[in-house]
Design a protein around this ligand. Structure first.
Ligand code: HEM
Length: 415
């Protein structure tokens, strides 16, 4: 069957950017039952909805390539933006969008920064950062959790991880904000041009940091990576290292913002679960795991078929772009009992796919969960009577790979 005909035969209406932005779960539930593998004209990709099929694709990188793993439909920025970016450092695939054997080399470089011992050692820093942030707004009695806490905290943690000196933190914050504007193609062309110029500055800053760490090693991932590549027989280029370090920032920032926000939001929306967590702080990790299952910050990643494959009963040719829906797999009744119920005590919650699986499984999973645990504990301890503001706008932010909440207005009892 010709590709167009095949797509036509398996079309299903799913548009998470518009019609199904607020509730992607209703169409996905129907799809799991009736069209477990379908083509979405709105997305321009195939969507894989069942847990078993998503796992099979994640576990088979030879036939499901990670090229374009983070893009919905590969689309270059407009020429005006490309012109600005030409003054920067050309992008080279570096980890999440590479297949073995090249992926293996980059993965080894970052793995060393995320060992359990190193992550555990970050706990005092993260705790201090969380409490300092809360100190800044606790007196107000009300705040937007995203702007005041959940957005800045992970950026500070990553800056610490990379070894960014404290005097450069304001610039670092601006660069990471502008990067999201550019990637999200937010605002008019002038706005995006300004954002692209900031990204170029950021690239040169990272490149200069790589060069400096070569002669003056110090603490942090940049220094570790520079030291590790010196011993490699065929080391990656500096341009690829800039891309790798920016990937770490991108992969670990908004995703963690979303995990912190979603956990607080779901607890406040489920008073029974909140009461259980308040009574026993040991349940906070269970609340975080159940949030990852119920409302994953990265609801999907993408793969491209490299050969003819059969998925969920559909024969797909080589070269098709697939969206692996973790959000759908995490609600698959074949894997989770009563999947639409938020339940801290469910035995099956750890089978979620929020961090992927296989060779690309999230390298920052332990760090993200540590940040979320410390944050939830500090927020519940320091903000008594924490509650959602009546009629709080809970507007989803949806990008090609991240789903979160734009604002989360909270109130608490001032002391
Ligand atoms: C709740 C927070 C997070 C979520 C939900 C998340 C989710 C994911 C997922 C689903 C993947 C797999 C991608 C694929 O299979 O194509 C991934 C990979 C990755 N994540 Fe995370 N992530 C989070 C936090 C972090 C943090 C804090 C960092 C680092 C500071 C990080 C760094 C990475 C990197 C570098 C990769 C690529 C690994 C590779 O390709 O081998 N992530 N993440």
């Amino acid at each position: 069957m010709a590709t167009a005909e095949l797509r036509g035969a398996h079309t299903f209406n799913f548009d998470p950017f518009n019609a199904h932005r607020d509730d992607p779960h209703t169409p996905l539930r129907k799809a799991r039952r009736e069209h477990p593998v379908f083509f979405s004209p709105a997305l321009g990709t195939w969507v894989i909805t069942r847990h078993a099929d998503v796992v099979a694709a994640l576990r088979d990188p030879a036939r499901f390539s990670s090229a374009n793993a983070i893009t919905n439909v590969p689309a270059a920025p407009p020429p005006e933006i490309l012109e600005v970016l030409a003054a920067g450092i050309p992008y080279e695939p570096n980890s999440v969008d590479l297949d073995p054997p090249r992926h293996t080399k980059f993965r080894a470089l970052i793995n060393q920064a995320f060992t359990p011992r190193r992550i555990h050692a970050k706990q005092p820093t993260i705790t201090a950062l969380a409490h300092a942030a809360i100190e800044g707004f606790a007196h107000a009695g009300t705040a937007d959790l995203v702007a005041e806490f959940a957005y800045p905290l992970p950026a500070r943690v990553i800056a610490d991880l990379l070894g960014i000196p404290s005097e450069d933190l304001p610039a670092f914050k601006r660069w990471s904000d502008e990067w999201l504007v550019m990637i999200g193609q937010i605002g008019d062309l002038d706005r995006q041009r300004k954002a692209a110029a900031a990204v170029v500055e950021f690239q040169h800053y990272i490149a200069a940091m790589i060069a400096a760490r070569r002669t003056r090693p110090s603490e942090g991932l940049v220094s570790d990576v520079v030291a590790a590549v010196q011993d490699m027989p065929d080391p990656p280029s500096d341009n690829a290292l800039v891309g790798l370090l920016m990937t770490v920032l991108f992969a670990g920032h908004e995703t963690t913002t979303s995990l912190i926000t979603n956990t607080i939001k779901l607890l406040l929306q489920h008073p029974e679960a909140l009461a259980q967590v308040r009574a026993d702080a040991e349940l906070i990790p269970a609340a975080i795991t159940e949030t990852l299952r119920f409302d994953p910050p990265v609801p999907n990643m993408y793969r491209t078929t490299t050969a003819d494959v059969r998925v969920g009963g559909v024969d797909l040719p080589a070269g098709e772009h697939l969206r692996l829906s973790f959000a759908s797999a995490n609600r698959d009744a074949a894997c989770f009992a009563d999947p639409d119920r938020f339940d801290l005590h469910r035995a099956d919650k750890a089978n979620h796919l929020a961090f992927g699986q296989g060779i690309h499984a999230c390298v920052g999973a332990a760090l993200a969960q540590l940040e979320a645990r410390v944050s939830v504990q500090a927020l519940l301890e320091r903000l008594p009577g924490l509650r959602l503001v009546e009629g709080a706008l809970i507007e989803p932010v949806v990008s090609a790979t991240v789903r979160g909440t734009r604002r989360l207005m909270l109130a608490w009892d001032r002391q």
